[in-house]
Write a protein that binds this ligand. Structure first.
Ligand SMILES: [Zn+2]
Length: 49
């Protein structure tokens, strides 16, 4: 299984994510989509090509 955020191998502790960071990134995405609040700029490690 790979991390849906950065495509790295996932870690059991944070499955399906590879790290706490990616888990938080995913959580923030959901929060932003759900509540449509003017979110503060969050420094994320965007690794999209
Ligand atoms: Zn990741």
């Amino acid at each position: 299984m790979t991390c849906p955020i950065c495509q790295k191998p996932s870690v059991p502790e944070y499955t399906p994510f590879c790290s706490k960071h990616c888990k938080n990134v995913d959580l923030l995405k959901w929060l932003n989509e759900d509540y449509k609040v003017p979110a503060e700029p969050v420094a994320l490690d965007e690794e999209e090509s």
